[in-house]
Design a protein around this ligand. Structure first.
Ligand code: GRF
Length: 196
């Protein structure tokens, strides 16, 4: 079962998934392996980690499609072509900051997951930490969900909760949530791998 991970930035969730997959021997337990990391930005820090791990590290720059008649569709088509070379049983979005077309979502229906830094259905979209602070939430967290055509709205597969502490800023809250994401995401993926 090949796993392909999509990133746009630092890739700390991707690294946590790769590390856990090796430490917990997903190859033996689930016949599963992270085989490739794909980024829409050549500068994504996570690509270096992927290369250092001996994984395929691919870049499909969304900016290259700016002049296409339908830039999103053209980007997604190229992205799918690269992804499909690895025949993924599971496609993992980990800090992948592009909205995907319905056609792309349909292609990977039932085998694509995402992590979102809020307790969905609260705070879909961007700026989740500041919005949680502004709303006076006592708890924040992260959600792993299946990806469907509606942004941040697919069926929930798992959540992690953290307290909001006095004096929190968006940055301190983000750091607390991220620590939990690194535990949550590999755990949810391991659960999924037992079922697919
Ligand atoms: C995480 O907070 C994730 O929930 C969100 O983007 C961030 C990615 O961080 N979707 P990293 O690239 O995994 O370090």
């Amino acid at each position: 079962k090949n796993i392909v991970i999509l990133i746009s930035g630092g890739g700390s969730n991707m690294a946590a998934i790769v590390r856990t997959s090796l430490r917990d021997d997903w190859a033996r337990r689930f016949g599963a392996k992270v085989v490739a990391v794909v980024s829409n930005k050549a500068t994504a820090g996570g690509l270096d980690f992927a290369r250092a791990q001996g994984l395929a590290a691919e870049v499909v720059e969304h900016k290259a499609f700016a002049d296409a008649a339908d830039p999103r569709a053209a980007f997604d088509a190229q992205l799918a072509q690269v992804i499909d070379r690895y025949e993924p049983a599971l496609l993992v979005l980990a800090g992948f900051m592009r909205i995907l077309t319905p056609g792309f979502v349909e292609r990977y229906a039932g085998r694509m997951v995402n992590i979102h830094p809020s307790l969905l259905p609260a705070f879909a979209g961007l700026d989740t930490y500041q919005r949680a602070l502004d709303a006076g939430c006592c708890f924040a967290g992260a959600t792993v969900h299946q990806v469907t055509a509606e942004l941040d709205h697919g069926p929930i597969l798992g959540q992690a909760v953290v307290p909001v502490l006095p004096g929190d800023t968006a940055q301190t809250l983000a750091a607390r949530v991220l620590t939990q994401e690194h535990l949550l995401y590999p755990r949810v993926i391991a659960d999924l791998l037992q079922k697919i």
